[in-house]
Design a protein around this ligand. Structure first.
Ligand code: GRF
Length: 196
């Protein structure tokens, strides 16, 4: 069972990936073994280099090829996958091979403001536009559809009338940093129903 080896998939800055790394850095039982991105110029690679984590870029077609993904994950002996700002769909063979072993974080309260194309600033713009009184984060298991897997955890923040999308983004990021690593930890400790 231990140590548990994580793969983090990220398409952008990777601030969540770094936060997760920091959270587990003193834990000998859980480690990020590799960071995988679909973008060669994603800032997450710079963070990985600084932190001494292996990181690599794969093409969109390789990332949607279950066999290629599985062989890579086998090479790194990956037990559990974390999507942290990852923008592509996960192929079904991978979901079958990692049942309830893939989690994603979404920067809104699903099932609202999710689905294809709902990522980054677009989510916060839609929340403000809709006149929502609250937003937050959703951490969920991953299935074949964007943002539709079983929800593991949600946390909320208020959205005030004067809040811009950027202001909402800041509140949501704060929730991500506060909760994502510890929720992953709790999933790995099987503290939620249907943990792997
Ligand atoms: C986060 O807001 C996450 O919820 C969303 O993409 C963003 C990633 O930020 N899915 P970062 O790359 O971790 O800085």
């Amino acid at each position: 069972m231990f140590p548990i080896r994580l793969a983090v998939l990220a398409s952008g800055s990777g601030s969540n990936a770094e936060n997760i790394y920091n959270y587990f850095s003193s834990n000998k039982n859980i480690e990020i073994a590799v960071i995988i991105s679909n973008k060669a110029d994603a800032y997450v690679h710079k963070r990985a280099e600084r932190l001494g984590i292996a990181s690599l870029t794969m093409s969109k077609s390789d990332l949607s090829d279950s066999e290629k993904m599985l062989s890579l994950l086998r090479k790194y002996q990956i037990d559990f996958i974390v999507l942290a700002g990852y923008l592509l769909r996960i192929p079904s063979g991978l979901i079958e091979a990692y049942p309830h072993r893939i989690v994603n974080i979404h920067p809104a309260l699903l099932p609202k403001f999710g689905g294809k194309g709902m990522y980054g600033d677009r989510v916060h713009e839609a929340v403000v536009e809709a006149g929502e009184k609250e937003s937050g984060i959703t951490i969920h298991y991953v299935n074949e559809n964007y943002d539709e897997g079983d929800i593991v955890f949600q946390a909320k923040c208020p959205v005030l009338e004067k809040d811009s999308p950027d202001a909402v983004a800041s509140k949501v990021h704060a929730l991500e940093y506060k909760y994502f690593p510890s929720v992953i930890d709790r999933v790995l400790r099987k503290e939620f129903p249907d943990c792997f």
